[in-house]
Design a protein around this ligand. Structure first.
Ligand SMILES: [Zn+2]
Length: 591
């Protein structure tokens, strides 16, 4: 964070800023509560912590500081969020500056990578128009793409060469930047160093992936090769400082305005589906790019709409992807409808062969998710035997429990009972129970955070001078014996906090899931733990680690016995004895 943004953060009161957007009421000494603006809810689970200056939602786990809140709700990036908050607090805006050389370097690198991607996109477009691009042009024409459509999505061609792009870019950036771009590959040498770089994408049609502001940050590349030489049909840019696969929705830059206007998004699987549908005038369409839908993508979408039409491929993989996406979207309170196309066509082929009117009709005829899931249950477990009915019901129960609205759960359960022909009183009761209470996914999360983790997180995060002894104890143990802590769900957060120095705890833990764990621990209890609480937590961790090691040793001993390897056996037995002794010692200490 820059000096300026830190300064703004110190002066801004997160409670006041958030109150400008939603209604908050006091819920504790430092804690305020309100209805979450990031997911649909009827009773408030959105918390703002006045002392620690962060927010946390128990419903959707949204969390962060004042900038993240403003960024999310205003749908702007970090610099814009800082400016917005500064304006709200009447702080004059400076020229751009950075707090550290690393930060400046990182920002420079990202800017360089954006430029490289721009140059590369234009170059791929040029190659597509050139003589070598003929085969790619033919392929695209065969898929019904016009020159205008190709231009709109800036589709290009990577020639069949290991060095054409490298030569094109070599004067514009140094080796390190080129490596970081993800546009090149290299082989590891015998001595472990990286060999010279060569073009990653060869003889492929190039589909640029843009960020929300429409700048190219990565590519999807489709092969034009057939047979064994072809390699995978599609390859993507690897993760780079610009691009993280799970955090991008393809075409959101073009679709976000139409999505807001239509108050709904159309979600398809493939980029070709997306492009094809978009170019025929249905512009509120986005694609997951063939990956499983992630929580970040759901959150991204939620900023624009709560209504989504899902149209995945009808094959088994598509049905599974649809089901997972439906589960995630349901939990986040989306209204979901499922489109199924006739004759097992994907959206691209359907709209090309049957026309846009037929596709619009299919969208209008989309089924509620409950109808879709009941139908799927009947397909997977056909027949009227009670055995099949139980299986179908077990498939549906988690889906029912996931729905946030009681009314919707009731209706779903009722429909399921009727359509599956369930007449057993026991099964009906189970359906009724599922509808009665939403499966509390918070409980599952809270259980994931053990008491030991809570103690350690609080010890490391709460910067109270009186707490110094407890903090040091936890930090030391983590530093000296990281292996003991590795299996903990909050390990990353713990490690980051152990080395945090004077920095704000919510700033050092960057990974969203880890930050949610920390926020949860801090909300539950504002006091730092006593040193002896920390000591016994550390001891418990140590015990668990030793017990784990003991289990491994027992397995190894069993194996050595089977092999008849007596030298090994003696060694292992000795180790086991020592471990037994260490564990007994710990138990005594405990008493
Ligand atoms: Zn929420």
């Amino acid at each position: 964070m820059s000096e300026f943004s830190e300064n703004v953060k110190r002066q801004a009161d997160i409670v006041k800023v958030i109150e400008g957007y939603i209604r908050l009421r006091k819920a504790g000494a430092q804690n305020y509560k309100g209805l979450c603006p990031f997911h649909k809810e009827k009773s408030p689970s959105f918390n703002v912590h006045g002392a620690q200056q962060y927010y946390y939602c128990f419903g959707c786990q949204a969390t962060g500081d004042v900038f993240s809140f403003v960024g999310k709700i205003e749908n702007v990036g970090f610099p814009e969020a800082v400016r917005t908050v500064a304006q709200k607090c009447g702080i004059p805006l400076p020229k751009r500056e950075f707090s550290s050389p690393e930060e400046a370097a990182e920002s420079r690198l990202r800017a360089r990578l954006l430029e490289l991607h721009e140059v590369t996109t234009a170059w791929f477009e040029e190659q597509l128009r050139g003589p070598e691009g003929a085969v790619a042009r033919e392929y695209l024409a065969g898929r019904g793409l016009s020159v205008e459509g190709i231009g709109k999505f800036r589709i290009g061609y990577a020639p069949d060469s290991f060095n054409a792009l490298r030569d094109r870019l070599s004067g514009t950036a140094d080796q390190e930047t080129l490596r970081a771009s993800g546009l090149f590959s290299s082989k590891e040498q015998g001595d472990g160093s990286l060999g010279p770089i060569y073009d990653r994408f060869r003889k492929r049609v190039m589909f640029p992936i843009a960020n929300e502001s429409g700048r190219v940050i990565a590519f999807t590349a489709r092969t034009l090769e057939t047979g064994e030489k072809a390699g995978p049909k599609y390859i993507n840019s690897p993760e780079t400082p610009l691009y993280s696969k799970g955090q991008v929705l393809f075409n959101l830059d073009k679709a976000k305005a139409p999505i807001r206007q239509a108050e709904a998004a159309l979600l398809v699987e493939g980029q070709m589906d997306c492009i094809s549908v978009y170019l025929r005038g249905i512009t509120n369409v986005i694609a997951t790019s063939g990956t499983a839908f992630t929580e970040q993508q759901v959150a991204l979408l939620h900023r624009h709409t709560s209504n989504v039409f899902v149209n995945f491929d009808p094959d088994a993989a598509g049905a599974n992807a649809a089901e997972k996406s439906i589960a995630l979207l349901t939990e986040e309170g989306f209204n979901i409808k499922i489109i199924t196309l006739d004759d097992g066509l994907d959206p691209d082929r359907f709209i090309r062969e049957r026309g846009v009117d037929a596709y619009t009709a299919a969208i209008r005829g989309a089924r509620r998710q409950s109808d879709y899931l009941i139908e799927r249950a009947r397909q997977m477990f056909p027949g009227a035997s009670s055995d099949q009915k139980v299986k179908a019901m077990n498939y549906l129960l988690p889906h029912i429990r996931r729905m946030p609205e009681k009314l919707a759960r009731d209706q779903f359960a009722g429909d399921a009972a009727q359509k599956l022909g369930i007449d057993s009183a026991v099964l009906r009761e189970e359906l009724r129970q599922a509808a009665l209470r939403r499966r509390d996914h918070l409980e599952a999360r809270a259980a994931a955070l053990t008491e030991v983790e809570r103690v350690l997180l609080r010890a490391l995060a709460i910067g109270d001078p009186e707490n110094e002894g407890a903090r040091r104890l936890a930090a030391q143990a983590l530093e000296e014996q990281p292996g003991w802590f590795e299996h903990l769900g909050a390990f990353q957060a713990l490690q980051a906090l152990a080395g945090r120095k004077a920095r704000d705890p919510m700033d050092v833990v960057e990974e969203p899931a880890q930050r949610a764990l920390l926020a949860e621990a801090l909300l539950a209890e504002v006091k730092p733990p006593e040193a002896n609480e920390v000591a016994s937590a550390v001891q418990e961790i140590q015990e668990r680690a030793l017990e784990g090691r003991l289990r491994d040793l027992r397995a190894l001993i069993g194996e050595a016995e089977r092999r008849g390897d007596f030298a090994e056996l003696a060694l292992l037995t000795q180790q086991k004895l020592e471990l037994d002794r260490a564990l007994r010692g710990l138990h005594h200490q405990g008493i």
